[in-house]
Design a protein around this ligand. Structure first.
Ligand code: ZN
Length: 179
């Protein structure tokens, strides 16, 4: 089963992933969290929320590396920052899904231009469950921000670092683009 937790930056995706993984472990089952190597901004060996809550994770260069780290016994697989993985993650997860793994994926659904982010549309399509979280709008304070926009004029798609971004709602985005 593939479950996807998505939404803008600061919407609590990693917190929700960590919460679900802890529920799995409290139930006496094993779980492993993976993240792409690109995302080592807070820690190489942990997924860390913006509130500095953390849980151990394994950094991998690509999706195939996930397979190398799986033990013989079935575990629940958590994946953070899925939008930074290449296409092969889709096939790897489809295969693990077929083998009966439960997979919980967290990732940004849109990039800073409000365009679908990398493989996320494909992951959302094959998910059996999707949770779309929203952040607090950094302009009006309403809890319905679904866009992550840049504070600077950088145009690279991948610019890692929470301090470079803010979450805003559709209303505020519309107002900002009219001006
Ligand atoms: Zn707003």
């Amino acid at each position: 089963m593939i479950e996807v937790i998505t939404g803008s930056m600061f919407s609590g995706k990693t917190s929700e992933l960590i919460r679900q993984i802890r529920v799995v472990r409290r139930g006496g089952k094993q779980a492993i969290i993976f993240k792409p190597e690109i995302d080592n901004r807070y820690s190489k060996d942990c997924v860390v929320t913006h509130d500095k809550d953390e849980e151990k994770s394994i950094s991998v260069k690509n999706a195939c590396e996930i397979l190398k780290h799986l033990p013989k016994d079935k575990v629940v697989i958590g994946i953070d920052e899925a939008q930074f993985f290449d296409n092969s993650l889709v096939d790897v997860l489809k295969e693990l899904n077929k083998q009966g793994y439960r997979i919980i994926v967290a990732g940004l659904d849109m990039d800073y231009n409000q365009e679908p982010f990398g493989i996320m549309p494909a992951l959302l399509a094959i998910a059996s469950e999707v949770t779309k979280l929203k952040a607090i709008c950094s302009i009006c304070g309403e809890p319905n921000a679904m866009y992550s926009v840049r504070k600077t004029d950088e145009t690279e798609t991948v610019l890692v670092g929470a301090d470079q971004y803010k979450a805003i709602c559709a209303n505020c985005l519309n107002k900002a683009t009219k001006n």
